[in-house]
Design a protein around this ligand. Structure first.
Ligand code: PGA
Length: 253
């Protein structure tokens, strides 16, 4: 059985005090209320990794992740953070290729392939994001776009390496817009991604990879989306900033 995952991407929100409060609330609510096996990943801004990591402590249930990292392991890259820094704070996951990084920081497929490789080499798990824009969906190109993103960033990996990856399908038109892909739309692309992985590697590898859906997931729609056979959880933005909503989403399996 592949892992069910709910990851909360705080983006550039919160500060030290608010981040500590939010983490403590999530840790307590998850402990008291969540009975399922889903893995929870908290992904705060880089500057809060250490504090949030300390509050999570060593837990099988809740893990820490970063929103981005540099492709080099160290060096003269002012303002950047490395996989080693993330690890030293207790981080186990790194989001790579979020559409906001692609759009605002011009991260392209070749760079993302490098970052994915760096993250895996460090012993961490990339949460690799892919997804089409509204224009691309309206012209019926969603599979071509997502297929190409996945192929270019992931398909140079070995069979061992690809198994470390979590994939997140995040249609750009659904992120932060309140518009969610329908459960059917999510299932369709998730099944397509899994088929691509099966064709490149094999069915067993494809079957073991967790594919998360992201884009305006809320307590009200999580259950239906998570119930799809190829949806293994969610990458949550806005709703991960509210402990009540985030916990209710985790309970949706
Ligand atoms: P959202 O963001 O849940 O606020 O739409 C999702 C994401 O960008 O990961």
């Amino acid at each position: 059985m592949r892992k069910q995952i709910v990851a909360g991407n705080w983006k550039m929100n919160s500060d030290l005090e608010a981040g500590k409060k939010l983490t403590s609330e999530i840790v307590n609510m998850v402990k008291d209320e969540v009975k399922n096996e889903a893995k929870v990943i908290i992904i705060p801004p880089a500057i809060l990794l250490s504090s949030v990591g300390q509050l999570i402590g060593s837990s099988d249930k809740i893990a820490l992740g970063a929103q981005n990292c540099h492709q080099a392991t160290s060096g003269a890259y002012t303002g950047e953070i490395s996989t080693g820094m993330i690890q030293s704070c207790g981080g186990e996951y790194v989001i790579i290729g979020h559409s906001e990084r692609r759009a605002y920081f011009h991260e392209d497929d070749a760079l993302l392939a490098e970052k994915v490789k760096t993250v895996i080499t460090a012993g961490l798990h990339p949460i690799f994001c892919c997804g089409e824009t509204l224009e691309e969906r309206e012209s019926g190109n969603q599979e071509a776009v997502v297929g190409s993103q996945v192929k270019k960033a992931l398909f140079e990996l070995s069979k061992e390496e690809i198994q470390k990856v979590v994939i997140a399908y995040e249609p750009v038109w659904a992120i932060g817009t309140g518009k969610t892909a329908s459960a059917e739309q999510a299932q369709e692309i998730h099944a397509f991604i899994r088929k691509q992985v099966a064709e490149q590697y094999d069915a067993e590898v494809a079957d073991g990879i967790s594919i998360l859906y992201g884009g305006s997931v809320k307590p009200a729609n999580a259950k239906e989306i998570f119930a799809q056979p190829d949806v293994d959880g969610g990458l949550i933005g806005g709703a991960s900033l509210k402990s009540r909503d985030f916990t209710d989403i985790i309970k949706s399996f």
